[in-house]
Design a protein. Structure first.
Length: 622
């Protein structure tokens, strides 16, 4: 197993006898000096307003930058996870960071808050050690507006987090339409986002008679540190930047704008479960940010999201109602826009692109969302096997299920997500009802738009001219009605069917554990969520466990290896036991039988009892 990573930041060093020097992979991170590999840069602000932040706020920014850089540099599913990690693709992060305000950061409450925030955001495991910064870094120009009493932004209520997407655009438009000056903070990690965001801000200034201060912040790392696309700790860095700016001008807090469907992220699809779904503005994260930053600043500090109970379509309506429809083309909603330069800013295949396009048609704003800006037509364009097809099908399935559910059914189905969202919130029952109502409106919107699109494309559908892998064609073929666990199981089958015969072509596995290792490699290489030999299940007087499991779907996977004729009888007996014990425990099961020598001649007979169970599947690999 690859050694766990330990990040030494701001010149921190370990004592010579520390065991981690030999059993950890040590990575040094620095924000300045000749060894700098993490870059922080504020731009586009008149230098007359630039001074230095307090030592504690400077620490906060650097801690957030180091966490973000480590997150971006550590690939998931590549062996970093320890045995007690939450998921196979989870990672364990250890930091030793040199800070200026050591007494503050060493407090157990502060470290507990840091860990709570990051664990929830990313489903990774974090630990922090802080030491006194030995040498002050090269001074960076940060913001301090405290002596500019007559300055137009000295009484700004909130600093607005501006990602350049539709939701943050709606927040800026609504605020400006009220006559309030705007202070917008943006985080950019790649230059390909800069021009579009600058154009958006310029158009905001031309549209509304208010003053607009835009503070774009570059924070990135050297490419040779590695690359991971999920970047789930980005909102910690983002909110820390906003907090630093807000403190510099004595604003009361920072404000995110994100619709409730995304903020609460009920599981839309297999591809966006757990850490694969962004928790940037989840109510729990917002509350934890508020607590941490209030302690950092030693004053009441607000962090909020006014759009928690709005759908994406309702967010677009806010833009239109406040005279900002012409700004829509300058916004970007794509989940993949950070990772490659392009002339078209929307991929058309991710959930954010689907959400955006449906919201445009739902509100009559499609003419302000240019079709040529999408690499793939959201409704009628071709989709690749795997993520792209599954995302479309699961997005539709989820939305239509929301539309059909009663309130009680939704509460029962998403009880975990609802309880997490309303935990500690006053009038939690009323809040839960608002969340349920918002999701039902979202489901109704998606159904209405899809019905309209199907009517538009009916001739193409009937004549066979519509792309067979397009969203509309798959919906027309009722693929969204198939259970997500079955499609997940079929994905596992397709991976093993393609990979196992090739991997074992010249040398057959010596035994079943060896076969399991080969399968582990095939599945891990395709970013599978499977957990190995987990969990243990009590049955009769003994414990049992599956070869793999996907607990979010109650799916267990059993691998059987037929090497010789004498294996057939014990395997048949084992399968019969598995059917009973797993069935009794309400588990879905996929049996994969590797039979390279065709020793099982009557597959139908062998599979008979399995096929009687609607929650069980079997597949033979030769």
């Amino acid at each position: 197993m690859t050694a766990p990573r330990l990040f030494l930041c701001n010149g921190a060093i370990l004592p010579s006898g520390d065991a981690r020097l030999t059993d950890h992979q040590i990575i040094d991170l620095m924000v300045s000096g000749p060894s700098a590999n993490v870059n922080i840069k504020l731009e586009d602000v008149a230098k007359v307003f630039m001074k230095h932040l307090s030592p504690r706020l400077t620490d906060l920014l650097e801690i957030a930058a180091y966490v973000y850089s480590a997150d971006c540099a550590t690939p998931r599913g590549q062996g970093w996870a320890k045995q007690n990690s939450v998921e196979k693709w989870s990672r364990t992060f250890q930091f030793v960071i040199g800070v200026r305000d050591l007494d503050f950061w060493q407090q157990s409450d502060i470290q507990k808050l840091l860990v709570q925030i990051l664990d929830f955001l990313s489903d990774d495991k974090y630990s922090f050690e802080f030491c006194l910064l030995q040498q002050e870094q090269e001074q960076q120009l940060y913001l301090d507006f405290s002596d500019q009493e007559d300055w137009a932004f000295s009484n700004v209520e909130r600093v607005l987090m501006c990602s350049g997407g539709l939701d943050s655009l709606a927040g800026a438009v609504e605020t400006a339409a009220k006559g309030e000056n705007l202070v917008l903070v943006s985080h950019r990690s790649a230059p390909n986002l800069s021009k579009r965001l600058q154009k958006l801000v310029a158009e905001l200034r031309r549209t509304y008679p208010v003053q607009v201060l835009h503070i774009p912040v570059w924070i990135n790392k050297q490419e040779d540190l590695g690359r991971e696309s999920t970047q789930r700790t980005r909102s910690f860095l983002y909110s820390a930047l906003g907090t630093a700016v807000a403190q510099s001008m004595q604003a009361k807090g920072v404000r995110f704008f994100e619709n409730g469907v995304v903020s609460l992220n009920f599981p839309v699809a297999d591809e966006v479960l757990r850490a694969r779904a962004s928790r940037t503005t989840h109510p729990r994260v917002i509350d934890l940010f508020k607590k941490l930053y209030s302690l950092v600043l030693e004053r009441a500090f607000e962090v909020d999201n006014p759009y928690l109970f709005k759908t994406k379509a309702e967010v677009v309506s806010v833009i239109a109602q406040n005279g900002g429809s012409h700004l829509i083309p300058h916004s970007c909603s794509c989940a993949h826009e950070r990772f490659k330069p392009r002339t078209q800013w929307h991929c058309g295949t991710c959930s954010q692109c689907i959400d955006r396009r449906i919201a445009m048609f739902a509100t009559g704003q499609e003419e302000n969302d240019f079709e040529v800006d999408y690499e793939v037509d959201v409704f009628a364009g071709p989709r690749k096997e795997g993520y792209e097809k599954n995302m479309a099908v699961d997005y539709v399935r989820h939305a239509l299920e929301l539309n059909l559910m009663s309130d009680d059914e939704m509460v029962a189905r998403f009880s975990t997500e609802l309880s997490r969202a309303v935990r500690g919130v006053p009038k939690s029952r009323e809040v839960a009802q608002q969340i349920v109502d918002m999701h039902k409106r979202h489901g109704e919107t998606v159904q209405r738009v899809l019905q309209e699109q199907l009517r538009l494309y009916i001739d193409n559908l009937m004549s066979g001219r519509l792309e067979p892998t397009s969203m509309l064609r798959m919906v027309f073929g009722q693929e969204h009605l198939e259970s997500s666990w079955r499609r997940y199981a079929e994905r596992i089958i397709s991976l093993l069917q393609a990979g196992l015969p090739a991997a074992c072509q010249t040398h057959k596995p010596k035994d079943e554990p060896h076969l399991q290792e080969i399968c582990d490699g095939i599945l891990l290489g395709h970013d599978s969520d499977l957990m190995r030999e987990f969990p243990f299940l009590s049955w009769s007087s003994s414990f049992t466990k599956p070869d793999w499991s996907v607990e979010s779907m109650r799916l267990w996977i059993e691998l059987k290896y037929v090497r010789q004729k004498s294996d057939k009888r014990p395997i048949t007996r084992d399968v019969a036991e598995d059917i009973t014990k797993y069935g009794d425990n309400n588990r879905r099961v996929l049996f994969v039988v590797y039979d390279p020598n065709h020793l099982i001649t009557n597959e139908a007979q062998f599979s008979k009892e399995i096929c009687k169970r609607p929650e069980m599947l079997i597949h033979f690999i030769r």
